[in-house]
Design a protein. Sequence first.
Length: 596
Amino acid sequence: MRISAKRKALLLLVAGASVLPALAQERPESILPPGFNEQTPAPTPTPSAPVASTPAPAQPSAPLPGTPVPDDLGLDNLLSNDPAATAEADPAAMQAYELPVYARRSLARVGVVGTDQGGLAPGAFGRSDGRFLQMLMARLDAPLPSRWLSIALRRALASQVDTPAQVNGADFAAERAWLLVRMGEPHVARALIEAVDTDNYTPKLYEAALQTALAAGDPGLVCPVIGQAQRQSGDRAWVLLDAVCAGLSGIAGQGGPQLEAARKRRVASGVDLLLADKAVGLTNKRRAVTIEWDSVGELTAWRYGMAMATGVDVPAPLLATAAPRVKFWRAMAPALSPVARRPSAELAAAQGVLSSAALVDLYGAIDQSEDPSSPDAAAARDLTAAFSAAARGDRVAALRRLWEAPEGPRARYARLVLTARAAALLPPAADEATERAIASMLSAGYDQAALRWRGVVTRGSDGWAMLALANTGFGARYSRGEVRSYGGGQGDTTLKRQLFFAALAGLDRIDAATAQSLGGDLGVDIALDNPWTRAIDQAAQAGAPGTVLLLAGVGMQTANWHGVPPAYFYRIIAAMHRVGLDAEARMMAIEALTRL
């Protein structure tokens, strides 16, 4: 099996979970000068000082109507016209006045997606030790090779889940948010951070909020906590953001003095200081700042975030120095035009950051705004034809042009995602587009539409194998002969046959004796035993889908599908199937056959 050094290290960490209290976690990548061009994920933020050994208790209920306001809030000071009296007001008292006890949110359960919105259940992480879960998140490489695993993991991280034992709820939210940022999901991370009341912030959550604000190109996210953050963090970015937030207040003359003080203290210089100056001047038309990139050698988190916040275009050579996640961030940057977002948006759709519908909407905006002679506008017209051309042949021709135009496997897979709905509207037929139409539908989860094509595929082909995995029929089973009939189609045929078998076995579509025999024939050790297999099996047995998905990510830390070990894939599919993530497991298995 092809197991990277990174994965081996994680297996050792899983084995050594009992010594987690001794593990010290590091901060995330520095904001002001380090760059993004490392291919490994940045370390995790600093932990807060003492953590609770159990989840935080629920907050008290609201006071009864007519209950007098406590005297210790310092209201006399707050209502006084005397500046000195107001300055002496206790910050904690002011915060209590602004956020009454009954309005505060508990740290015992933090998240933004409830079960009624498709989120995982509150007990999604079971009885797992929170320190173990945080260690997995902190050391997880992102992005993952699988679109569907990324989608499932995003849902787990954003769900309203109970805070596990041995960690602070704000710290656990921070670790989830930081992983979401590395996955290319800063807007989801922002919602998660905002689900925690500001008076519950910890040093780790301040750092996660800072990273999220820069990734989203929205420094205003941290303005409500800028004062507390500066008292708890020595990062130079907070000093500059203090000036930026003052400038964004809209009060004339605010921000400039703080920025000048930062300049004199040599907090920052060059383009970093100029970007802050430009942000301060957003509400002052007389404060014009020009950004020159000629002498800038790398794109840091600060430079990217402030450029997006101020509408400054980042040159392509500088963007090339950034990690892949930056392209996903750009896919949703409001400062960019639809055409500027299009390359990043296609990669984001291939990763699962954007949906098929969102990508179609982007092309609709391009169709309305771009020069009709441009390549992007031509692709938008082909997409329109794929949906609405009168003749089936014309629709298929438009689809083929869209599928064949891109260069590179990620871009080609993104076009399958783009055309999923259009492919689902095609009448089934056996022709040159059959297998790619099926792959396109299934890339976005249109399994019922794809299953209409069962009568036109050839047994043993890629199309037949994808539909075998998509089949949701109760008790659907496959014999040894049927499994062996799959020849691997085009691409990495050996690995595709191994993963096809591993997926069917994990989905319980093959009886145990046949699975054992076929595993030996195909070189897939379904009885593999190591710390990781035991951990994911235990999580599945405990019914903890959140923990299963984190461990699945650990088992699939590789640059692309060619590095996924079939024995690990079997264990991942089996564990997801067991905890009720059958739909995601089926789509992920189909994705493997599509992308190899």
